[in-house]
Write a protein that binds this ligand. Structure first.
Ligand code: ZN
Length: 485
């Protein structure tokens, strides 16, 4: 099939999807879901549209295999975060092309994956390739608000429609540059969520006489300690694997800095050598974190209140339980901090030692022989948290050959979100090939795969042993001008 034609067909679908304003709230994903339904039906599929609430649309379609293996789910969300249109160079829902880029909300998060997944499904069907497993296409609502009307709804009410062995979804698959070496991320883990409310008590009093033991004073000091000290350093297997792969082939000095990041004693010193953005990124990979996001205390200018409270957005590394996180937090905030959990979600970790990861690695390296594929921990969370309830191994892999100098993480949820048109076409081809090679009857056996592995000069992929539970992002550029890395 003509690659050029497929690329422009995929781009047309992406433009159409971007043009539906699916800002969440309120979402209004139904028209976009109906659009996909129409495209799929015209190609001979039997898509299902589930309305989880008025105007909240989820669309699912299936291409059947012979059932020898369990299905692969291509999972994307149709909602986007709201826009501040005034600050965009182009209208955010006009899907405008400019200088090799397509501008629009959702071009990176994550309507591009919806369009690529759709094209993967359509091309497989058109090519009439016999499959050993079903390929399921799902484009759902409400991810940006937690997934209640999207992935969460589907898992609870229609698990049979999306049940699969593996899923491919968002936030991995971008290209990262570390000192001139290129890496494609596959997100295999997410940090967990631990939102909590922390209260401090003190004596009420007159505002004219300062009291260092007031509730507000105690809270301020506790938050200063949290800011300064942070929570304990923890090196998880997935982060160790990530650093090992990106260190491969780097100069001794860069390798030493990367290695030093992993050790509690030297981590802080090593972070000092990084650019600020890189340091923040590694800090979130190597620590559970708690960020103050809401504060309440006092009513009147002249009354010292007896209580102050702060809401912390806690994010938990794989391997850590709420009890452990709470104990760490208590040590920093002090004995007087009364900590109450508001919402918890387990961190997630999946092994990178799977046939799907191998296929991804092979497909990427076939096209980019100098690039490497690296397992990756997401600092935030995605719909994978819902899919995990069905035992689905979810990788974040929405492939894209982006310009590594471009700060993708700032464009996602930011102004002027855009995708390079070539970068998108590359991703479309890669995803289609991954799906075909992983699902087709004629794909290589495990034996051939492992022989191929020995022939490929690839860095060691140490497998994660974490048996745990994570949220965020951080593809980007590590090729700054600072002294190291
Ligand atoms: Zn997203």
């Amino acid at each position: 099939m003509d690659e050029q034609k497929l690329a422009s067909e995929g781009l047309d679908h992406l433009k159409a999807l971007v043009s539906f304003d699916t800002s969440n709230p309120p979402g209004n994903e139904l028209p976009a879901a109906r659009y996909l339904e129409k495209v799929l039906r015209a190609e001979g599929f039997d898509p299902v549209v589930i309305e989880s609430a008025p105007q909240r649309g989820n669309v699912v379609a299936r291409l059947s295999g012979d059932g020898t293996e369990q299905p692969l789910l291509l999972m994307s969300h149709l909602d986007v975060v709201p826009v501040d249109a005034e600050r965009w160079d182009f209208p955010p829902f006009a899907a405008q092309e400019n200088d090799g880029y397509l501008y629009g909300r959702g071009t990176l998060d994550m309507k591009q994956m919806t369009a690529m997944s759709l094209m993967a499904l359509l091309t497989l069907k058109r090519k009439k390739i016999p499959l050993k497993r079903d390929v399921i296409f799902a484009a759902v609502a409400d991810e940006e608000a937690g997934g209640k009307y999207g992935a969460g709804y589907m898992v609870e009410h229609h698990p049979d429609l999306i049940q699969a062995e593996y899923a491919l979804s968002e936030l991995g698959g971008f290209m990262m540059d570390v000192r001139g070496k290129h890496f494609y991320t596959v997100q295999v883990a997410e940090r967990g969520l631990a939102w909590c409310r922390v209260k401090f008590q003190g004596d009420a009093g007159h505002g004219s006489i300062p009291d260092p033991q007031s509730a507000i004073s105690k809270m301020v000091r506790a938050l200063q300690r949290l800011e300064k000290k942070g929570l304990p350093h923890r090196c998880t297997d997935v982060v160790r694997d990530f650093v090992e792969v990106i260190s491969h082939g780097q100069k001794t000095r860069v390798r030493a800095t990367l290695k030093a990041l992993l050790k509690p004693m030297t981590s802080r010193m090593a972070m000092g050598r990084l650019e600020e953005e890189q340091a923040r990124f590694f800090n979130a990979l190597l620590h559970s974190t708690a960020t103050a996001t809401v504060i309440h205390a006092g009513e009147e200018p002249n009354v010292i209140p007896s209580q102050a409270e702060v809401v912390l957005d806690g994010r938990v590394l794989p391997g850590q339980s709420w009890e452990e996180f709470e104990a760490d937090l208590k040590k920093v905030l002090g004995k007087e901090a009364e900590i109450e959990l508001i919402r918890w979600m387990d961190p997630l970790v999946y092994s990178a030692d799977t046939p799907l990861f191998d296929v991804i690695r092979r497909v990427v390296v076939d096209r980019e022989p100098v690039a490497q594929v690296v397992p990756y921990l997401l600092t935030a969370y995605t719909d994978a948290k819902h899919l995990d309830k069905l035992g689905i191994v979810t990788y974040g892999f929405s492939p894209m050959k982006n310009d590594p100098q471009e700060k993708i993480t700032k464009l996602i949820h930011g102004h002027n979100e855009r995708i390079g048109i070539q970068a998108f076409s590359w991703g479309q081809e890669v995803l289609a090939e991954v799906v075909e090679r992983f699902c087709s009857v004629s794909s290589a056996s495990g034996v051939v795969d492992s022989l191929m592995d020995e022939l490929l000069d690839s860095p060691p992929i140490v497998q994660s042993k974490d048996k745990t539970n994570p949220d965020g992002l951080a593809a980007g550029n590590f090729s700054g001008e600072q002294e190291d890395i």
